[in-house]
Design a protein around this ligand. Structure first.
Ligand code: MTE
Ligand code: MO
Length: 365
């Protein structure tokens, strides 16, 4: 009985002997194998935690190699007491862990980019007490996270070299959920994911989670860097009083989303497994071809507030041939992941924040 009741170490909705049926639709060839690495292959999703050696990574500029013995984090700008900390100073501070699913806001926005997502247990020290210790001076409104990586870019007719820079309001930065992370899934933060230190901002799209940190700066102005005000800007047509209005917004918090991950076959029985994330998930529904939406079962064996929920649904006796599989998630406030023809998606002309319903194609024999 003890065996029956013990929780499997590798909790995941699996059945012995089942095999994966690959999707017919597949991402196109990655045109940027340096910038975009280790995308999730959805058919391979077989655990709630994404192992470090299978976790995607994004770099907009170079991928720096940092010597942890000389590396320092500076906290400066509009602060009473500027701070300088080495990695041991940070590790000596209170430890906080969070399971958080990081998704790049460009995921599913481009034909070669459908695996910019992974779930890890991050560990580090809370950001808020460090900001309090530095003491933000009156007038400070913006917290800038500077990366060690840098790249050349054209800005207002100037060719400049600028470091990675993303910012948050003081209020957002002070969230008790934010940590400066030095560990990922129990291991030292890998180089690709920001060694030696990165921001982990649970509930935010990947871009907010600045890697290879070197400086946290407080300013009295909003930052309009490449990754705040020019790129990572969503352009969408909305309607106001019956008139079309174009709106540009900086990519920030994550959005409600789900996707089918894999179809599993056991004899003539099939099962679809998927994931849902980006908001507190209430339930997930699945549609096969043009059929009725059917409720999926959420896997509660491993869960966390900011991590994806895995779900599954049985597909008992499907007819042979080609089928489409679509999922849609609902959050705890009742909001539904938008359909692809919902104006919030259809009116969007940039590829960021592509949280529309994902349809996959499968051929059954
Ligand atoms: N310094 C720095 N931080 C960065 C980036 C970067 O290019 N440089 N890329 C961002 C983007 S676009 C994403 S989606 C996430 C991805 O995190 P990962 O590489 O650990 O998967 O890191 C973010 N943090
Ligand atoms: Mo991203």
């Amino acid at each position: 009985m003890a065996v029956l009741h013990s929780r499997p170490a590798y909790a995941y909705p699996t059945r012995a002997g089942e095999t994966v049926v690959p999707w017919l639709d597949q991402p196109t060839e990655n045109p940027d194998p340096v910038g975009i690495q280790q995308q999730l292959v959805w058919e391979n999703l077989d655990s709630w935690i994404t192992p470090n050696d299978r976790f995607f990574s994004i770099s907009h500029f170079n991928r720096p190699t940092i010597d942890p013995t000389t590396w320092k984090l500076n906290v400066d700008g509009l602060v009473r007491t500027p701070l300088t900390m080495g990695i041991e100073d940070l590790k000596a501070r209170p430890r906080q862990e969070v399971a958080f699913t990081v998704e790049c806001s460009g995921n599913h926005g481009l034909p070669f980019f459908t695996g910019g997502i992974g779930n890890a247990r991050w560990a580090g020290t809370p950001l808020a007490p460090i900001l309090k210790e530095a003491g933000i001076l009156e007038g400070g409104i913006e917290v800038i996270f500077w990366g060690t990586d840098a790249g050349e870019m054209d800005v207002r007719d100037q060719k400049i070299v600028q470091n990675f820079a993303r910012s948050m309001s003081i209020e957002d930065a002070m969230s008790p959920d934010n940590i400066l992370a030095y560990e990922m899934n129990g291991e030292t933060l890998p180089e690709a994911n920001g060694f030696p230190l990165r921001l982990i901002a649970p509930g935010w799209y990947g871009i907010a989670n600045a890697k290879w940190l070197k400086r946290i700066e407080i300013r009295d102005r909003r930052l309009e860097s490449l990754l705040m005000g020019r790129d990572y800007v969503t352009l969408r047509q909305e309607e106001h009083n019956g008139e079309p209005v174009w709106v540009e917004t900086s990519v920030g918090r994550a959005r409600l989303k789900s996707a089918p991950a894999r179809v599993m076959q056991l004899g003539s029985n099939y099962r679809i497994i998927g994931a849902a994330w980006g908001a507190p998930i209430d339930r997930v529904e699945v549609q096969i071809d043009d059929g009725e939406w059917m409720p999926a079962t959420i896997d509660h064996s491993e869960e966390a507030d900011y991590a994806w929920k895995l779900w599954s649904i049985d597909w008992p006796d499907p007819t042979p041939g080609e089928h489409t599989v679509t999922s849609r998630a609902f959050d705890t406030s009742g909001a539904m992941q938008p359909a692809m023809d919902d104006p919030v998606i259809a009116g969007k002309v940039t590829y960021w924040e592509s949280n529309g319903q994902v349809t996959r194609i499968v051929v059954l024999s």
